[in-house]
Design a protein around this ligand. Structure first.
Ligand code: URA
Length: 238
């Protein structure tokens, strides 16, 4: 038996707090009856209806990591008919991506139908590490690296301190490779951070997400997480 608001969040409908509001407003039914008591407990198999939508309360959770290729969108469907990350994973379960990678970004992406874990991993308070390798036009200076480390302003927001390392610069090709670990997930964050210090990112790959990496996963490949890996993800969030 679990608390109703937790089950609604776990099923990916919304956050736990929003579920509490919906319960209080009388928008939730359990086995056909409106429930407004926040402590109500439900079990697997009870029919839960939220705002007239029946949730599938019999499902088991699935967790995958994918090495996302370029030219694939990180959504569950695309109005322009482009390939989505969901198309790459062979499952009948309605999983969804945790956070976003741009159309032209490659690398590690977590997908699951565990809404509670997904919401927590995306919540800024949990400071989940995300590491990227950026190929950048130009030779990145020590001063730019220092600014990126300390935080730069993008769209009026100052980014949190980041780990930033210049891996290589190629004077002939006039490009640099920079490894950067950030803790937030703002839209186009890495590209905008580099833009703010005067550099254009030409290629971006995410190599690590919450301590998970791409070992043994070629571009386009995916695998299920082990129970141990799932437990570690839970241990990283509050
Ligand atoms: N930052 C970006 O700019 N793009 C991504 O896809 C991820 C992080």
């Amino acid at each position: 038996m679990e608390r109703l608001q937790k089950v609604i969040a776990n099923l990916g409908y919304c956050s736990r707090r929003h579920a509490e509001e919906l319960i209080s407003k009388g928008e939730v039914k359990v086995n056909g009856k409106v429930v407004t008591e926040l402590g109500t407990k439900v079990k697997k198999g009870d029919t839960i209806e939220v705002e007239n939508t029946i949730l599938d309360n019999n499902k088991d959770y699935e967790y995958y990591i994918l090495n996302k290729p370029r030219e694939v969108v990180t959504t569950t469907s695309d109005e322009h008919g482009r390939k989505t990350v969901i198309d790459l994973i062979d499952t009948t379960t309605r999983i969804y991506p945790v956070g976003r990678l741009d159309y032209d970004t490659t690398g590690i992406l977590l997908l699951t139908n565990d809404g509670e874990l997904a919401n927590k991993l995306m919540h800024p308070k949990n400071n989940i590490d995300k590491t990227y390798i950026a190929k950048v036009e130009g030779i990145v200076t020590g001063y730019a690296i220092k600014k990126l480390r300390e935080g730069v302003v993008i769209d009026g927001y100052k980014t949190r301190p980041a780990r930033v390392k210049l891996k290589k610069s190629d004077k002939n090709k006039n490009t640099s490779l920079v490894e950067i670990t950030i803790h937030e997930g703002k839209n186009h964050q890495v590209k905008k951070m580099f833009e703010s210090v005067g550099y254009q990112v030409s290629k971006l790959k995410r190599t690590n997400y919450a301590n998970l990496d791409l070992t043994n996963l070629r571009v386009g490949e995916y695998r299920k997480l082990s129970n141990k890996e799932i437990a570690i993800l839970y241990s990283l969030v509050k």
